[in-house]
Design a protein around this ligand. Sequence first.
Ligand code: NAD
Length: 252
Amino acid sequence: MTDTRDFAGLKALVTGGASGIGRATAELLTARGAQVAVLDLDPSSVDKPLLGYQADVSDDTSVRQAVAAAVADLGGLDVLVNNAGIGAQGTVEDNDDAQWHRVLDVNVLGMVRTARAALPHLRESTHAAIVNTCSIAATAGLPQRALYSASKGAVLSLTLAMAADHVREGIRVNCVNPGTADTPWVGRLLDAAADPAAERAALEARQPTGRLVSAPEVAGAIAYLASPLSGATTGTALAVDGGMQGLRLRPV
Ligand code: NAD
């Protein structure tokens, strides 16, 4: 897969690209010929050929400056991967207003800010695509994830609305819905659990495949939706969840 050069000549920006799903996506797009800029709170681990830019997606000025710098260095923009996001656990009784505002600010408005800064540049591209990292939490009704699920439900609706708004401009907008993916984020969650091994086993059992999704598997779906190969696809959510949403099997 990685020896195809279907991104040759294309320029991509990946938010939250220093870790996990974003990092795997930045590396895959690079391997397939794209020039890739990473926007992250902490881009210190980002090495050439990736270009790293520090920005906080909850700060509009910071996003506009980083996107402008990245587009100037890349010499244009064809692909925006809106991936930066944070988690939250608990029921509606467990998170206060400040926590709700913070998670919605990063997970939803963060994507809005980056898209707003990127759209004028994407209009100049003949292969423009936006891919948002949503989640199975947008559609699955997961316990103990009220705030996070609401934020990803908004990302799903935002994806559909943006796809409608920009289709006649030649800009496709899609999202991926990962199930639990083996990233540093999930590693941190497991480390915080009373019994990390039991918690991992429970997460694995929840997925029909019996294992967590890998970050490169999510990156592969993002790359497909960003590539000219999916030129007729817009307003779609692609599940990358080990069958969690689509299958009606008991977990193996
Ligand atoms: P991760 O923590 O490994 O990586 C997230 C990256 O985003 C980090 O590099 C972090 O610095 C960056 N980031 C966080 N807040 C930011 C901000 N305000 N501004 C700029 N950058 C910021 O996490 P991951 O598991 O790779 O998750 C990436 C995306 O995938 C998120 O949107 C998450 O909701 C989504 N997702 C993850 C899973 C999973 O199980 N890991 C499942 C479904 C969806």
